[in-house]
Design a protein around this ligand. Structure first.
Ligand code: PMP
Length: 327
């Protein structure tokens, strides 16, 4: 319990929470790294800090400069707040399909927000591709979270190391979903260096091509998901050499069951990707002996998705079950 220095000094060092509902149901110990408690509200504060620290060290960015990035929202929030703390402007390109709450948060932070239509990666109008073009036009620094491995290295040095310390070295498996792959790859590298027997499992929503990549070597997507910030159609530089053992696929109904149960039974308000992660941790745990310990990531909070995942009309429109207490 020490005094932390401003926004930058408050990133990381998050609690590792024993999740009562998930642990009770499985008879295993399910632990969640509380990344929703970062000062910008998500796991992406860590990536933002790692990428900007690296850019400042390399001279790719200086105070007074402009940071440009394509993001589902959370990285944009992290980058904008880091930018504010070091005196940089931030231009954020985001697909218009993302939640209103994340758009509002970006405007509140002071980002110059540019919404674009959702397009596939191969299309130059895709939010990531367009952010690279815009960075060149503006003479700004393109953060490039997907292929800039400062992202993964930051997670290896902080998230991964913290998990090992908090578990006093004892854990049996780790699982989480992939957006850029920075979290999964960074934590996986740290855990495998500590103990190669720790199982690392990629959790994949429908609509993402990574489950089929791991299980059959082929990048193939199937279906879709209401979760945001996760799912990937290609092997990013951050993910490329990650030491992964397996993959599990998690549907929206399972992910939502987990986040709804955790609100009502545990008092934890989490977003959709945390639901995928906790559902995956439970699935992995059930393949391990009773009493095993599985760690996952609680990426961000429920409020960022209130108008969608906690809105009965939205849930019905997607043919997803509406819990009694929301109906
Ligand atoms: N969950 C949420 C809510 C996110 O915004 C992101 C990042 N896009 C992730 C999970 C995935 O994290 P990573 O980019 O490290 O794979």
């Amino acid at each position: 319990m020490t005094i932390r220095d401003g926004f930058l000094g408050t990133i990381g060092g998050t609690p590792l929470i024993r999740l009562p509902w998930a642990s009770r149901i499985t008879g295993r110990e399910i632990l969640g790294k509380a990344e929703f408690l970062n000062p910008g509200g998500s796991v992406k504060d860590r990536a933002a800090l790692a990428i900007i620290t690296d850019a400042l060290e390399r001279g790719a960015l200086a105070p007074g400069g402009t940071i440009v990035e394509g993001t589902a929202g959370n990285t944009g929030i992290g980058l904008t707040l880091v930018g504010n703390a070091i005196g940089c402007k931030t231009v954020i390109v985001m697909p218009e399909t993302q939640s209103q709450e994340k758009k509002d948060a970006l405007r509140l932070c002071g980002a110059d927000l540019r919404l674009v239509a959702a397009r596939p990666y191969k299309d130059p109008g895709n939010y990531v591709r367009y952010s690279e073009t815009l960075a060149k036009e503006l003479g700004g620094f393109w953060a490039n979270q997907f292929d800039n491995t400062a992202n993964r290295d930051g997670h290896r040095a902080t998230t991964g190391r913290e998990i090992i310390e908090q578990c006093e070295g004892r854990l049996d498996a780790f699982t989480c979903a992939v957006g850029t792959g920075g979290t999964l790859a960074g934590v996986a590298l740290a855990l495998k260096a500590h103990d190669p027997a720790i199982k690392v499992v990629l959790a994949d929503p429908f609509g993402s091509a990574l489950y089929s990549w791991i299980t059959s070597g082929e990048l193939k997507a199937e279906g879709g998901s209401v979760t945001e910030g996760i799912g990937q159609g290609r092997v990013t530089a951050n993910l490329r050499d990650a030491p992964l053992d397996e993959a599990v696929r998690i549907g929206d109904a399972e992910a939502l069951e987990a986040i709804f149960a955790m609100v009502r039974e545990d008092g934890l308000m989490l977003g959709g990707s945390s639901g995928v992660n906790v559902a995956a941790a439970m699935k992995v745990a059930l393949t391990l002996p009773k009493g095993s310990r599985v760690v996952t990531i609680l990426c961000d909070g429920a409020q960022r998705y209130q108008s969608k995942l906690f809105n009965p009309d939205f849930l019905r429109s997607k043919a997803l079950p509406v819990p009694d207490w929301l109906a």
